[in-house]
Write a protein that binds this ligand. Structure first.
Ligand SMILES: NC(=O)c1ccc[n+]([C@@H]2O[C@H](COP(=O)([O-])OP(=O)(O)OC[C@H]3O[C@@H](n4cnc5c(N)ncnc54)[C@H](O)[C@@H]3O)[C@@H](O)[C@H]2O)c1
Length: 316
């Protein structure tokens, strides 16, 4: 099978590509702009690992560049497209909304334009739990109304609409996954767990928003990769939108204790008030995904243990 993974140097794109490459019959084309939203050192480190595999082909392309995407698609007949490239992060969307418009909306538009001209088997998109905003009832089901409270979420909703419109006549050809706080080895340094590990290493103070009372539905990367990899095998999927979440949110204050225990290091933190645009709780329902994919999610303790083990070994 021939795959395209956009955002292959990113956290999730890297893990998915690495897993797909294990089957030497697969060819994986990876696209990434290697932007500097966070340190490019870790992106290059991830790429170095992928490039060791003979069946991996990297193209440094910015999805904003229509011409480059057109040329890329004209040369390769792809079976599956995993569109994981994008501008993540909730709070940064208040600082730099332009980046979200370009790297989420325009990038997806440009990619869909080429995808539609070519015969592919499936298009898989990385959306976010942020689209739900704060709800009154938990756990959040895929059928709940979206209530974006930041621009990041709004751009993901636009992307979802673009995809639905694009595949209106071929509904079995796309899947939208709404990820809930994914963590694991080589994790993003702008996300809580890796931010905390980096601060602890430097003996610096980490700020705990909303006095550490926010709840997040942490979901381990291997579970996400398993679902992404298997979704192409399920040809007869009747549904197009799935939450990917462990469905067991944990309060930041409790998470800190677990990490402290596993890290065997004291963590300095400062409690600060709620930050505008941040959700209080993310808690998804995983009934739909479990029914279709029949998997058991990794426990937070196991996930933290693996993440810290990798961090201690490699520094990521
Ligand atoms: N990690 C999570 O918890 C999480 C949660 C919800 C949704 N998501 C979504 O999943 C996707 C992957 O997330 P991640 O955590 O791996 O993020 P990431 O930032 O590590 O990876 C995204 C990659 O996309 C690349 N990129 C950005 N704009 C591009 C463009 N215009 N052209 C080409 N490449 C571009 C970046 O250089 C980066 O390497 C993102 O779309 C994100 O919004 C992630």
């Amino acid at each position: 099978m021939i795959y395209l993974v956009t955002g292959c140097a990113g956290f999730i794109g890297f893990h998915l590509s690495n897993n797909l490459l294990k089957n030497t019959k697969n060819k994986v084309y990876g696209i990434d702009s290697l932007n500097n939203y966070y340190s490019t050192k870790i992106k290059k480190e991830r790429l170095k690992i992928l490039k060791k595999k003979k069946n991996f082909f990297f193209k440094k392309i910015d999805l904003i560049d229509k011409k480059k995407i057109r040329i890329f698609f004209s040369k390769i007949n792809l079976d599956y497209v995993f569109h994981l490239a994008g501008q993540p992060g909730v709070l940064y969307s208040f600082k730099n909304p332009k980046s979200y418009k370009s790297n989420n909306i325009l990038a997806t538009k440009n990619l869909l334009n080429e995808v539609n001209k070519n015969k592919i088997r499936k298009f898989i998109f990385a959306s976010s739990s942020s689209v739900y905003g704060d709800q009154k009832i938990y756990p959040i089901k895929e059928t709940f109304k979206v209530r974006p409270i930041n621009y990041y979420a709004s751009t993901k909703i636009v992307c979802e609409k673009l995809i639905r419109r694009s595949f209106a006549n071929y509904k079995s050809k796309f899947i939208i996954f709404r990820f809930f706080t994914v963590y694991g080895p080589y994790g993003r340094p702008d996300m809580f767990i890796h931010k905390l590990l980096n601060k602890a290493k430097k003996k610096k103070v980490i700020k705990l928003h909303n006095f550490g009372k926010n709840l997040r539905d942490y979901t381990y990367i291997d579970d996400v990769v398993k679902i992404l990899k298997n979704c192409i095998k399920l040809e007869d999927l009747k549904l197009n939108i799935f939450n990917i979440c462990k469905s067991q949110p944990i309060e930041t204050n409790k998470l800190i204790k677990k990490i402290q225990k596993s890290l065997k290091r004291n963590i300095k933190f400062k409690l600060i008030p709620k930050v505008k645009g941040e959700m209080y709780i993310t808690h998804g329902s995983n009934q739909r995904i479990i029914k279709s994919f029949k998997l058991r999610f990794t426990s937070i303790d196991k996930g933290i243990e693996k993440t810290i083990k990798a961090y201690n070994l490699k520094g990521f």
